[in-house]
Design a protein around this ligand. Structure first.
Ligand code: NAD
Ligand code: AHE
Ligand code: ZN
Length: 375
């Protein structure tokens, strides 16, 4: 198949919120600096649902969504040296070129090399898509487009992993789990003995809990409007639970009262701007740090009294948990193989690519953390 167009199945999003259509899609060969991957497993993340909803200003239609996956390199374009056909890989929506201003800064995991293309659904070299249906182009998404049996990505967006690792599990290391762990370890840098509040106990919030537990946090307070979330959350390290619906007072006041003035660290893992405010305001005066992890819709804005920051609270955000993708995803895979981090525990459902619309329905039900699709 090397050098040839591949026809395969992919789930195409033609319009916001309209069911995805499983189509025969043509996938062009990888050009210079590109890699074509046979995707074997892909999970659904809340961000896929967000873009599908039409609220993502970077959402373009028709497109192939999906960004949490694992597969095997099928072929590589000219000049690609770091991976070869047969390598087991995880596509990385956060690239790492190791050459740009961002990569060299030592201050961020964001990379500038291909971001201008991945934000508009095309490949960098010719600003075109490698996907088409009957000759009509279909946009890429986040530089990954994993809801397809084959995809083409930039070489700076591919992490080569241990071939022994089970792809049906480690696909989760493409987004949600690293995001939560890294928000704690890299962005907040939680110290032993800290008090932590986590708003939203989906996969990302639970991974924050796991990260906080391993960092030695003492009180790990989970906050969710669905009380059923507490049972599962205990297994990830949450040791106190608050449902905002059980209280008259604003949730930040409830947390401040519970913690003698506020928590050392808080994390917003929902994408709700009013909860982002609560998360900041439940932090302790003088040092409390709040990390925004959730993605909020186009047009939404955050607000608080500047006095909150004047008096020492810190507001931060994180993308992919601050992890350098190509360097650290293989390291996370090894941590999983050594049983130092959970992955299997986040997988509540398994389905096929053909059942993707059902899988999206599940995502909105409280019982689903991650649903892994075999392609
Ligand atoms: P999820 O839907 O599984 O989890 C959200 C949780 O929040 C649910 O348990 C829900 O009951 C709870 N919730 C909803 N409204 C609430 C409220 N007002 N107060 C308290 N709890 C509330 O989602 P997820 O897959 O865990 O993702 C969470 C967020 O993180 C999404 O916005 C997603 O787009 C974002 N995300 C960001 C990054 C990043 O790099 N920054 C990476 C992955 C995901
Ligand atoms: N396109 C959206 C922004 C989406 C967003 O913030 N994405 C996160 C990853 S979410 C993964 O589930 C991210 O890494 N952002 C950094 C980046 O460079 O995109 C919008 O609202 O515009
Ligand atoms: Zn995601």
């Amino acid at each position: 198949t090397q050098g040839q167009v591949i026809t395969c199945k992919a789930a195409v999003a033609y319009e916001p919120n309209k069911p995805l259509v499983i189509e025969d899609v043509q996938v062009a060969p990888p050009q210079a600096g590109e890699v074509r991957i046979k995707i074997l497993f892909t999970a659904l993340c809340h961000t896929d649902a967000y873009t599908w909803s039409g609220k993502d200003p970077e959402g373009l239609f028709p497109c192939i969504l999906g960004h949490e996956a694992a597969g095997i390199v099928e072929s590589v374009g000219e000049g690609v040296t770091e991976v070869q056909p047969g390598d087991h890989v995880i596509p990385c929506y956060q690239a790492e070129c190791r050459e740009c201003k961002f990569c060299k800064s030592g201050k961020t995991n964001l990379c500038g090399k291909v971001r201008s293309a991945t934000g508009v659904g095309v490949m960098m070299s010719d600003r075109k898509s490698r996907f088409s249906v009957n000759g009509k182009p279909i946009y890429h998404f986040m530089g990954t487009s994993t809801f397809s049996q084959y995809t083409v990505v930039h070489d700076v967006s591919v992490a080569k992993i241990d071939p022994q690792a089970p792809l049906e599990k480690v696909c989760l290391l493409g987004c949600g789990v690293p995001t939560g762990l890294g928000a704690v370890w890299n962005t907040a840098k939680v110290e032993p003995g800290s008090n932590v509040a986590i708003f939203g106990l989906g996969t990302v919030g639970l991974a924050v809990a796991e990260g906080a537990k391993t960092a030695g946090a003492t009180r790990i307070i989970g906050i969710d409007i669905d009380s059923k979330k507490y049972e599962t959350a205990k297994k990830f390290g949450v040791n106190e639970f608050v449902n905002p619906k059980d209280h008259q007072k604003p949730i930040q006041e409830v947390i401040v009262d519970l913690t003698d003035g506020g928590v050392d660290y808080s994390f917003e893992c929902i994408g709700n701007v009013s909860v982002m405010r609560s998360a900041l305001e439940c932090c302790h005066k003088g040092w409390g740090t709040s990390v925004i992890v959730g993605v909020a819709a186009s047009g939404q804005e955050i607000s608080t009294r500047p006095f909150q920051l004047v008096t020492g609270r810190v507001w931060k955000g994180t993308a992919f948990g601050g992890f350098k993708s190509r360097t650290q995803v293989p390291w996370l895979v090894e941590k999983y193989m050594n049983k130092e981090i959970k992955v299997d525990e986040y997988i509540t459902h398994n389905m096929t690519l053909g059942e993707i619309n059902k899988a999206f329905d599940l995502l909105h039900e409280g019982t689903c953390l991650r649903c892994v699709l075999s392609t």
